[in-house]
Design a protein around this ligand. Structure first.
Ligand SMILES: Nc1nc2c(ncn2[C@@H]2O[C@H](COP(=O)(O)OP(=O)(O)OP(=O)(O)O)[C@@H](O)[C@H]2O)c(=O)[nH]1
Ligand SMILES: [Mg+2]
Length: 278
């Protein structure tokens, strides 16, 4: 006699598919894509995003007057996908932080239930989106994390870059701010409306890459339920990084500034990570 062999993985997949279908079907999702010189990445990225099984999805491109014509491509995409793709043109390179704040406000004003922030260089794979959205019933924020079990960095990263990122997350930010999240600099996040409504966006001042850290810190300070979901972080395929050494140094000292501005972290952090099946 054969006992019912455990169909755990299939059952989990089915349950996940069902939950994701239900949650996804009810949600209006806005994807915020800040761009600066992403002419070769933008159109393929939008195509892949629209191919994801998310029914009511809108993409907002926030372009800072890119010199390589990204803004013109964004306008063409708006025409090709009316009511799906939108573009906000800004006068110049005004920074990632203000781009995201503007995008969050726009999404909230236009009825978003779920707001996704991601890079436009394929470091953040669109394939994760349905998985993130499906978890917003239980969590307020889902973070695409490189530093939880199952998460992975592109092996093409140099040892120096790997070390610096790991040190910034595991030592510097944790030590200064006392945060629990393992990938505090993650730029791939899925926010529920209720989470962004609780964060005082007008108080968020970081504009460069440390914006991600300030938002992660506020999530914990406010006791939002955060899930770190392991991702494979691929190095950008085309185009140039805007992450120069001065930008990195500025980010490091700005962590101190966040600490001074908000004071000590109240013990309200509720961070978990998605366990991956072996
Ligand atoms: N609107 C706007 N977008 C920006 C700005 N700076 C960077 N971006 C975009 O933000 C995303 C992240 O920038 P990246 O240059 O990839 O920086 P990064 O991901 O930290 O660095 P890499 O790991 O080297 O790719 C990309 O989609 C950029 O085009 C800015 O000042 N304004
Ligand atoms: Mg990038």
């Amino acid at each position: 006699m054969r006992l019912c062999t455990c169909r755990g993985p299939e059952l989990a997949k089915l349950t996940f598919g069902f939950a994701s279908a239900i949650i996804g079907a009810l949600m209006t999702t806005f994807i915020i894509l800040p761009t600066y010189n992403e002419a070769q990445n933008l159109a393929p990225m939008v195509t892949q995003l629209l191919a994801q099984p998310l029914p009511d999805v809108h993409i907002l491109v926030i372009d800072d007057n890119s010199q390589d014509g990204t803004g013109i491509i964004a306008d063409e995409l708006c025409e090709r996908y009316p009511q799906r793709v939108f573009v906000m043109h800004r006068a110049g390179k005004l920074g990632l932080g203000t781009a995201y704040i503007a995008g969050f406000r726009y999404a909230l004003e236009h009825g978003a239930d779920c707001i996704i922030q991601m890079d436009c260089d394929f470091s953040h794979s669109p394939a994760y989106l349905p998985h993130f959205v499906a978890r917003l019933g239980e969590y307020d924020v889902v973070v695409g994390s490189r530093y939880v079990p199952g998460g992975k960095l592109d092996p093409r990263w140099s040892g120096w870059r790997y070390w610096l990122s790991k040190w910034a997350n595991s030592v510097w930010v944790r030590f200064i701010l006392g945060t629990q999240v393992r990938d505090a600099t993650a730029g791939f996040k899925c926010w529920s409306r209720r989470a962004l409504e609780r964060i005082p966006l007008e108080a968020v001042r970081s504009n460069g890459y440390v914006f991600q850290v300030e938002m992660a810190y506020l999530c914990e300070k406010l006791g939002l339920r955060v899930l770190e979901y392991p991702i494979f972080f691929e190095d950008r395929r085309i185009g140039q990084s805007k992450m120069t050494v001065p930008v990195k140094l500025e980010a490091a000292w700005r962590v101190l500034e966040i600490r001074l501005r908000y004071g000590g972290l109240a013990h309200s952090a509720r961070v978990e990570y998605q366990r991956v099946s072996a």
